[in-house]
Design a protein around this ligand. Structure first.
Ligand code: MLT
Length: 308
């Protein structure tokens, strides 16, 4: 397996993550706070059919795949990786187009394409047993396609701050406009439209370092990746008619202030998935794993423990 090394350099209270490829080219990625940087040392680069995926592969035990939202990266799970890796093999990739993973064009990147990347990743790192799949927002949209296309690979689902409904025509049109704008002028043009929806206002006020981290993830997203992801999300089908067919242990998690995946919508999803459970974390928004890391991790650990 071709490997790419990452190391960290420290300056002014933040950590610059640097990738060194086999060809000795340096790749710089976004800054992460020092407090979390030391937890993110288990990255490797894995070759799959569509290119290279940078992935954290840490711990031993039943495999647990953590699939980030958009336009974010694996550091969405920075507070979960270490505690979960005490009992599980935690696999947390940067999806195609993100971070050190292969670049993409601006053509739509469908949820099915991402799902197939993940199945190929599991093959490449020799994960044969069914996995626990945990996805947040777009990571949840990908979960639906993973379930449709690779059902035998699933042991349970953890669906965080996500939706089953397709985009409305208005939402799809907004995504296309954002794609065009970002391709023309860069990600800063959507900062004001996107950032306020990602986390609760209180999180931005009380955890400014987390706010800056999320901002950097958005701004560091390549314009082509941004366009491809928005266009891919706009092509999602309505999964609501299929929810009754899910026969997997399922946990749903939502922030009470989630402005993108409203709690009532997740409540309806929980009602439709037999035997599932919904946990609402109070006073936080869409990025529950970052905004309320302890509550989030505890909910996931409790659910996983129940699966034996
Ligand atoms: C995400 O967090 O993945 C996005 O907000 C999802 C979306 O744009 O629908």
């Amino acid at each position: 397996m071709p490997c790419q090394q990452f190391y960290h350099t420290r300056t002014a209270g933040v950590e610059l993550r640097v990738g060194l490829r086999l060809d000795n080219a340096l790749h710089f990625s976004h800054y992460v706070p020092l407090a979390v940087a030391d937890k993110l040392t288990h990255m490797k680069s894995v070759t799959i059919a569509s290119g290279q995926l940078a992935v954290v592969d840490q711990g031993q035990g039943p495999p647990l795949l953590l699939v980030h939202g958009f336009p974010l990266d694996h550091t969405l799970w920075q507070n979960q990786i270490e505690p979960l890796a005490a009992n599980y093999r935690v696999i947390a990739p940067d999806l195609r187009g993100i971070g050190q993973s292969s670049a993409v064009s601006a053509a739509p990147l469908t949820m099915a394409a991402f799902a197939d990347d993940l199945a190929n990743l599991l093959d490449a790192i020799e994960v044969r047993e069914p996995i626990h799949y945990c996805g947040l927002s777009m990571g949840g949209y990908i979960a639906w396609e993973f379930w449709r296309r690779h059902p035998q690979r699933l042991r349970s689902l953890i669906l965080c701050d996500t939706k089953a409904a397709a985009d409305t025509p208005e939402t799809a049109a907004t995504r296309e406009q954002w794609a065009v704008d970002v391709l023309r002028s860069g990600t800063t043009v959507v900062e004001q439209a996107i950032l306020p929806k990602l986390m609760a206002p209180a999180t931005y006020q009380q955890q400014p370092a987390v706010g800056e981290q999320v901002r950097r993830m958005l701004l560091d997203t390549r314009p082509e990746t941004f366009a491809a992801g928005q266009r891919g999300m706009a092509l999602r089908i309505d999964m609501r008619p299929y929810l009754g067919e899910i026969r997997l242990p399922t946990l749903l998690i939502v922030g009470s202030e989630d402005a993108i995946s409203p709690p009532q919508e997740m409540h309806a999803m929980a009602e439709a998935i037999a035997g599932s459970r919904l946990i609402t974390i109070p006073k936080v928004g869409h990025l529950t794993s970052l905004e309320a890391p302890d509550e989030f991790t505890a909910a996931v650990l409790e659910f996983l423990a129940e699966q034996g």
